[in-house]
Design a protein around this ligand. Structure first.
Ligand SMILES: Nc1ncnc2c1ncn2[C@@H]1O[C@H](COP(=O)(O)OP(=O)(O)OP(=O)(O)O)[C@@H](O)[C@H]1O
Ligand SMILES: [Mg+2]
Length: 348
């Protein structure tokens, strides 16, 4: 496949379950977003621990310790940050690392927020060094170092701020510096959701959308959603469309099978682009190893998108491995794509 054709060839397979751009679509659909810890399904151990830390902070009338959230996209990091603020009964202030351009941006926020505010910084791996250093002191001492004047007459003053809880989220924990990580008292690593939890999420969302989903349809939808609530919600909305236009409004297993086929989503929940990535490794690089940069160029993605949005699920599904020498596909990938592994050709 040539790069020039890529855009055309990507659609309609690239209708968006993994697309970062379409993340905004569900940010708008706030009705599906859990508001309280009880509605936040799955991730049981993480939730149970958090619930203890939240109760303890509330009882002591203190701000919750700083919280680090990491894991693949669409698993609920932003949602959990909001839930935590709500459970604590405190204000929620949200920004992202790229929006914090100058130290004064951070000072502007931290000097004006109310006591115990949950201050959420998304994409925390992208903080500028000057901002990050300022945060160290803010997190530890609830103070900010502010430089007044310039040149030899410049001096630093310390500005006290209200105690707050920093919630930092990232899909790239490996890119966060260890001094920053060490300042978070609580760390939550999101893994892909279990089958039962995905089913519960599908059922909850269907209830909110007032759509009937038959049991076997919920099971099928859950299994095709890459262990990712965002994907489940998006697939559910599409299936609701299919059910409405092609059926009688009820989401049945037949509707889901038909819908998934039309969206080119296979039994493992892979989209066309996922399969294309595997096929390119097999056909152009003999199954690997191939370096991330080379692969990203070959599949027409940035390294970031490849590493954050596509690979985690392919790895979890047992189709791809990251090795020090590069990416390799597994025998399961050959089997899934019905391709012969070199050396395993059937005798003529
Ligand atoms: N535990 C959960 N239970 C039910 N629904 C959930 C859960 N977690 C996430 N969701 C749903 O999935 C959607 C995506 O979650 P969210 O935006 O919090 O993911 P994220 O981890 O912040 O993703 P990104 O890395 O792209 O920012 C939410 O809008 C919410 O509706
Ligand atoms: Mg988010």
């Amino acid at each position: 496949m040539r790069n020039g054709n890529r855009e055309k060839e990507k659609s309609p397979g690239d209708w968006g379950v993994t697309s970062p751009q379409l993340r905004e679509e569900d940010e708008k659909d706030l009705s599906l977003r859990p508001q309280r810890l009880q509605e936040f399904l799955g991730q049981r151990e993480m939730k149970e621990n958090l619930s203890v830390f939240i109760s303890a902070a509330r009882e002591r009338n203190e701000s919750l310790d700083h919280l680090f959230l990491t894991g693949p996209p669409g698993l609920g990091k932003t949602t959990l940050a909001q839930v935590v603020a709500r459970e604590l009964g405190v204000d929620f202030k949200v920004t992202s690392a790229p929006a914090l351009d100058k130290p004064k941006d951070l000072v502007g926020i931290l000097t004006t927020v109310a006591e115990k505010t949950v201050f959420f910084i998304d994409e925390i791996h992208r903080l500028k060094p000057a901002i990050e250093e300022m945060l160290y002191i803010a997190m530890e001492d609830y103070e900010l170092d502010w430089i007044i004047g310039q040149g030899p007459s410049a001096r630093t003053i310390r500005i006290p701020i209200q105690p707050f809880t920093l919630v930092g989220a990232t899909t790239k924990a490996g890119n966060v510096s260890s001094p920053l990580i060490s300042r978070f008292g609580i760390s939550c690593r999101f893994g892909f959701y279990k089958k039962e939890d995905m089913e519960a999420i599908v059922r909850r969302s269907a209830g909110i959308l007032q759509t009937v989903v038959e049991d076997d349809a919920a099971v099928l939808l859950a299994a095709s959603s890459r262990g990712t609530p965002r994907v489940a919600n998006r697939l559910l909305r599409r299936m609701r469309d299919f059910a409405q236009v092609l059926g009688n409004g009820t989401i049945s297993a037949a509707i889901v099978s038909r819908g998934l086929e039309r969206l080119e989503i296979d039994g493992l929940g892979l989209e066309r682009h996922d399969r294309e990535i595997l096929r390119i490794i097999i056909e152009r690089y003999n199954g690997g190893p191939v370096g991330a940069e080379t692969l990203a160029i070959s599949v027409g993605e940035t390294v970031d998108t490849l590493e954050d949005y596509y690979e985690p699920y392919l790895i979890q599904a047992g189709l791809l491995q990251r090795t020090p020498r590069g990416r390799i596909v597994t025998s399961l990938a050959y089997k899934h794509l019905r391709l012969n592994r070199p050396g395993n050709e059937l005798p003529l």
